[in-house]
Design a protein around this ligand. Structure first.
Ligand code: HEC
Ligand code: HEC
Ligand code: HEC
Ligand code: HEC
Ligand code: HEC
Ligand code: HEC
Ligand code: HEC
Length: 373
């Protein structure tokens, strides 16, 4: 999926006034929407209008008269609603962060942190690298503020935790669950589109819906998937050929049990069946929005012809579906220390961590740490 050929529907968040085709001028400062981040009235909105312009009928003069540093809601207007709804994309970025309790997030609740308190911003370079879009303007880390060994060394038990930090990311213990209150997207089968929306399954923590874009599964109250991560992700880039016949990972983390730089890190995984050009074996950039877009026509071939042209990619005319998985790192929703994962949450037969999948022969509390002889 990509922005090309879908400009007007997508550019309310993929920012720029009037970004409607490939001729958009990214160097023109006048195209930067300042109010989306600097409005403090909460009345600025681009929900209903198109191509990155603000909605009609809002008092821009009044809003421009009350600008200020961005609040969480300003950043959230884009980051909470990506992927089609509140919390859908990340699972740890939702409107719950507008006014969270301390138990939901110790920093944004307890300490009332703004986003840029951690995402330090200098000359509009917002630090923090994403798991998917690699445009990094510097990284953000828990260690920007906390000590590498933050746990009480005087206590024999808590001292153990400091040793664990060599192999386990802070987030793993301090963000034990995600999508605690709102549903998040966990899988989407684009091959099963239907004209009418239909609920196929519904329970307290899971909902399966069929609609125009296929069958989607949303879940909540989830445990992360744990993986070794050394600070880098592999990436499938637009136009890359799909080599494997199984599941294609679009951005899996780099690292392994043998890599001293890698830490066990929490992720949300999203599984998809998505369209590819079955002859060239490249993922299709479909034209989704507008009258002739997939959402209106339900025709993948047509959507592919138009989208691939805009993306300047070849298209053989043949569409098939391929299984993919995306990784989303979890960084938000740090719970109070009492609710963090502790010894028995991991070191017990029903523990949250699949030690074998991570490369250990057995529970390391009995079998030893990775670099012990
Ligand atoms: C409500 C705001 C919003 C809208 C509307 C939106 N996006 Fe995004 N999108 C985002 C944000 C924010 C990111 C950056 C990812 C993040 O939150 O870390 C993003 C990232 C992406 C990415 C890279 C990561 C990924 O999820 O694969 C793609 C591709 C993408 N958007 C495609 C689209 C397309 C295509 C459309 C229009 C059909 C669209 N977006 C509409 C907010 C939005
Ligand atoms: C993506 C969000 C975003 C957009 C868009 C944005 N800003 Fe900012 N701006 C920020 C953040 C974050 C800060 C740092 C605030 C802080 O330190 O608390 C900032 C700071 C500022 C400051 C204070 C001085 C400085 O540079 O730190 C000014 C003035 C400013 N912005 C003006 C603008 C103007 C004019 C535009 C449009 C051309 C704009 N901003 C667009 C996020 C944004
Ligand atoms: C108008 C919509 C919008 C607003 C408002 C917005 N963002 Fe973003 N942000 C995006 C999109 C879209 C991307 C993905 C950019 C790309 O891949 O080209 C992004 C990317 C990011 C990234 C990842 C960048 C990287 O280098 O990998 C961070 C971190 C981020 N934004 C934080 C913030 C913060 C903090 C604020 C508030 C001060 C904010 N954003 C406001 C749309 C927005
Ligand atoms: C307590 C600190 C903290 C606060 C507060 C915070 N973040 Fe983050 N955020 C992080 C860290 C750490 C990362 C990982 C960044 C990195 O590796 O460089 C991150 C990553 C991100 C990413 C990239 C996600 C991905 O993996 O694709 C986005 C987008 C983002 N934050 C947006 C926000 C927004 C919006 C807010 C405010 C509602 C916010 N953050 C508040 C610490 C914070
Ligand atoms: C911008 C600075 C900053 C960043 C970045 C930051 N923290 Fe904090 N953190 C604080 C402050 C301030 C407090 C509250 C005072 C204290 O307890 O030290 C706090 C408190 C905590 C607590 C104690 C909660 C309790 O119950 O007492 C934990 C745990 C924690 N942070 C974990 C993290 C993790 C994990 C990350 C990375 C995702 C992180 N912090 C990123 C500043 C930060
Ligand atoms: C193996 C799990 C684990 C890892 C990894 C971990 N922590 Fe903790 N952390 C805990 C537990 C459990 C507590 C509560 C300890 C207690 O009972 O006081 C805690 C407590 C804390 C506190 C509160 C300390 C106090 O004395 O009030 C902070 C701050 C903190 N951790 C930050 C971090 C940071 C930063 C990292 C990464 C460098 C990290 N933790 C890694 C499990 C972990
Ligand atoms: C998030 C899951 C998790 C939590 C919570 C956790 N551990 Fe571990 N523990 C691990 C992993 C993973 C290793 C292997 C670390 C390595 O390979 O370096 C390990 C290793 C060990 C080891 C063997 C290596 C050594 O350092 O001697 C002992 C003993 C141990 N843990 C005890 C504890 C105790 C006691 C606590 C609570 C204070 C605790 N663990 C909390 C996951 C966890």
């Amino acid at each position: 999926m990509s922005i090309e050929s879908n400009w007007c529907g997508c550019t309310k968040c993929h920012a720029g006034y009037g970004w409607k085709d490939e001729n958009f001028d990214f160097t023109d400062m006048a195209n930067v929407d300042c109010l989306v981040c600097h409005d403090t009235t909460g009345r600025y909105s681009k929900k209903k209008n198109k191509c990155g312009y603000p909605d009609k009928g809002i008092d821009l003069a009044q809003i421009a008269g009350s600008v200020g540093p961005p609040g969480r809601g300003n950043c959230g207007a884009c980051h909470w609603y990506g992927g089609g709804g509140d919390n859908f994309k990340h699972g740890d970025l939702s409107s719950e962060f507008l006014n969270p309790s301390r138990s939901f997030d110790v920093h944004m609740g307890g300490e009332d942190f703004s986003c840029q308190e951690c995402h330090a911003t200098d000359q509009h370079r917002i630090a923090g690298s994403s798991t998917t879009s690699a445009v990094s303007e510097g990284s953000v880390s828990c260690l920007d503020c906390h000590d590498e060994s933050p746990h009480d060394d005087a206590s024999p038990l808590l001292k153990q935790l400091n040793g664990h930090c060599q192999s386990i990311a802070c987030q793993t213990c301090h963000i034990p669950t995600f999508a605690r209150k709102k549903f998040t997207l966990t899988s989407r089968d684009f091959s099963k589109g239907a004209k009418e929306n239909k609920i196929l399954e519904q329970s307290e923590n899971k909902i399966v819906v069929q609609g125009k874009l296929g069958i989607t599964v949303k879940e909540k109250a989830l445990r992360p998937t744990y993986a070794w991560y050394n600070g880098k992700h592999h990436r499938y880039l637009k136009g890359d050929t799909i080599k494997t016949s199984g599941v294609t990972a679009l951005n899996s983390p780099v690292g392994s049990i043998k890599d001293p730089l890698a830490r066990i890190t929490p992720y949300k995984l999203v599984k998809s069946r998505q369209p590819m050009d079955s002859e060239n074996r490249i993922l299709i950039v479909p034209h989704l929005t507008g009258k002739d877009g997939f959402m209106a026509t339900g025709d993948w071939k047509l959507a592919a012809e138009k989208g691939m042209k805009a993306a300047k990619l070849p298209f053989s005319g043949k569409v098939d579906f391929v299984e993919t998985v995306m990784y989303w790192r979890l960084n938000h929703g740090v719970v109070p220390k009492e609710e963090s994962l502790s010894c028995l949450d991991c070191h017990s037969p029903s523990g949250v961590m699949d030690f074998k999948a991570l490369g250990y022969k057995q529970d390391p509390a009995g079998g030893g740490a990775r670099f012990e002889k």
